[in-house]
Design a binder for this molecule. Sequence first.
Ligand code: ASP
Length: 299
Amino acid sequence: MQPSIIVHGGAGDIPPGLLEAHREGTRRAVEAGWAVLASSGSALDAVEAAIVVMEDDETFDAGRGSFLNADGQAELDAGCMEGTQLLVGAVASVQFIQNPIRLARAVMEKSEHVLLVAHGAQRFAQKMGFPICDFTDLVVPREFERWQRFLRERTHAAPQVPADPADTVGCVALDQTGHIAAGTSTGGTRNKVPGRVGDVPLVGCGFFADDELGGASSTGWGESIARVTLARLALYHLQELGDPQAAAQAAIRVLRDKVNGSGGIILLSPAGRPGWDHNTQHMACAYRTARMDAPEVRL
Ligand code: ASP
């Protein structure tokens, strides 16, 4: 089987000054994932490698650089799935964990559960030997200042659509043995209510993988994405239409038309053909297939 990988770095309105950082970050993520696939590594290892690059890059709303909740805390969500046995692992509302995608994978591989949240996830992380990082490892000055501005300007009417969900990260990979994996990681929406969880750690919403159907990862306004189970919906459309690009467009149409939602989706067909679409102004997206010499960045 010829390997293939696609990543996203969020769907939203990315300010002009940050476009290049999103291009560079998604390109580096594809390169990291591709290096795993090219040396016969597994799809899940490639997804983890690509997502860790973007979690460590403060450009993105995941790991370091995450958006803060209304209390000024980084509460992180992540989930992953492998498409052979349909194993799933996810964590929600975790704090002081630098790479939540690794913790999500540990839930998949080392627990009997699919989703651990908050204190329970934290205790599991400690039991598994995950280092507990400092506040400043996750919270960068840009987000701290935004949070302080939010406190000064806050009105009590909560906006219906978060102004700028934008920089969540995700990846779908196909390895040389024909296995597919998908994963997504986020700090969620800016100034979210503490304890709020969006689509990202919910299987079928933020991510889905099945070797026979393909794999998908979502980004955007999480409440709307969850209501249409966007990742699974895209793979339903892929089965129906046979073309990943048409499937991505069909899924985003449903997101827009049924729940007035906004966001983006990336997917791979079981043969590794990429597709993506979004109804936001931008979506940072990059991919590489066996026919290409270098990643292609779409932004
Ligand atoms: N979907 C994420 C959430 O709602 C945000 C994003 O994708 O930017 O938590």
